[in-house]
Every structure is written in structure tokens, then in C-alpha cells.
Write a protein that binds this ligand. Structure first.
Ligand code: TYC
Length: 99
């Protein structure tokens, strides 16, 4: 009946959740190898991919390490910030909505 058509349309209208990209920023002090290890560990990249992302950040000033749901992206940012602080490096990381 009409009610179930409306219910069906409402179900189909449900949007996927907003995704967030985790962006890493360049600086003059954090060692390249540290950035590569962080990208491998927290963003599940192999060494070659992590190296390419690190070099992109180094050359362009910033780069996307991965795209996640809001809460997972926030966790990645905290993991990077904690690792950088513990190692005494100024590495900065943030998350922002995609689009
Ligand atoms: N620019 C740093 C250097 O020359 C390397 C670096 C790359 C730092 C990426 C941060 O997000 C970064 N040692």
C-alpha cells in the first residue's frame, strides 16, 4: 500500500555517513623515516605506499593518509599526535570532512 511505498523510499533515501580524511602536515624537523613508520603503523600502508605519501606531504605541504568514519578518523589523529609527542617531534595531523 501507499504507506509501505513511503517507508521504502525513506529507507532508500538514507545517505551514507559523512567520511573524514586524515591529513598530515609537513614540518622542517620530523624525520622522514618517522613519518613513514607512522603512516605504515596507523594507516595500514606498506612501506612503498607510506614513502610515496610522506614524499607528497614533504613536497606539497600536506597529504591525505586515509579516509574513515568520523570517530575512526579522530582516533587516527590522536594516535599520530601521541606517537609524535612521545618521540619529541612536531608532526601535525588533522581530520576534515571529504568534499
Ligand atoms: N620535511 C621533513 C624533513 O625534511 C619530513 C616530513 C615529511 C615531515 C612529512 C613531516 O608530515 C611530514 N625531515
Amino acid at each position: 500500500d501507499g504507506g509501505s511505498v513511503v517507508a521504502e523510499k525513506q529507507l532508500q533515501k538514507t545517505k551514507p555517513p559523512q567520511m573524514y580524511q586524515v591529513v598530515m602536515l609537513n614540518d622542517d624537523y620530523t624525520p622522514m623515516e618517522f613519518v613513514v613508520v607512522v603512516i605504515q603503523e596507523f594507516f595500514n600502508k606498506d612501506k612503498e605506499t607510506a614513502t610515496q605519501i610522506m614524499l607528497k606531504i614533504h613536497l606539497d605541504g600536506k597529504g591525505v593518509c586515509g579516509v574513515y568514519s568520523k570517530d575512526v578518523a579522530a582516533t587516527k589523529v590522536h594516535q599520530v599526535q601521541d606517537a609524535a609527542r612521545q618521540a619529541g617531534h612536531p608532526l601535525q595531523c588533522l581530520s576534515e570532512p571529504v568534499e
